[in-house]
Design a protein around this ligand. Sequence first.
Ligand code: CA
Length: 236
Amino acid sequence: MSTDTPRILLLEDDPAIAATAAFALQREGLQVEHCMLVHEADASARRAPPAAAVLDVGLPDGNGLDLCRHWRADADTRLSALPVMMLTARSEEIDLVLGLEMGADDYLTKPFSPRELVARVRALLRRAARAPAAASPAASLIRIDADGQRAYFADQPLGLTRLELGLLCELASVPGRIRSREALLAAVWGPLAEPLDRTVDTHIKTLRAKLREHGPELDLIVTHRGLGYSLELPPG
Ligand code: CA
């Protein structure tokens, strides 16, 4: 297999699930490295960062959520921006929310269809390929001043309130990543804010309206039901 085939790190201790997932990904031309233990997956990713990681939550030697958080906190390696998808059990809805809090980009609930897994992993890889353009201020549709005081849409000032600007900064920090209401509330309003969902929703609504004034054909802020919001930038 060619070395520029994207390599997916799959951390899953259930052999049947791992085999199904690996087969589906390989059939789509992706390379799969399968680990059954958290410490193996961590060592492998540090040795050679994969294109994306698919992590189970409960593993014999630890927890996929902790591994994801660990990678995100690692400012010195490419792992802090590694696309991560969590595999969660149906009953683990709390894990799903936690997964997004800990920086996972997406999740899939077991049992999942192999086709869905492949589609989601492909979407993660596409987003990751786009990320450098979004991170480069000049190339981005949305530009935020270095001091975070002003935002522009295609070089036109957006005229945002402080809270709208805070939300946009948070969402724009990693385009495509879902941020929960709780995470947005903590980041923009502060850790002592009252956890009222409506507060975030209300300001997202006004922010969205301002963005639509400039780009009526674009749906930049996407609502993920029960999960939160993400900023989706058009390619290029
Ligand atoms: Ca497991």
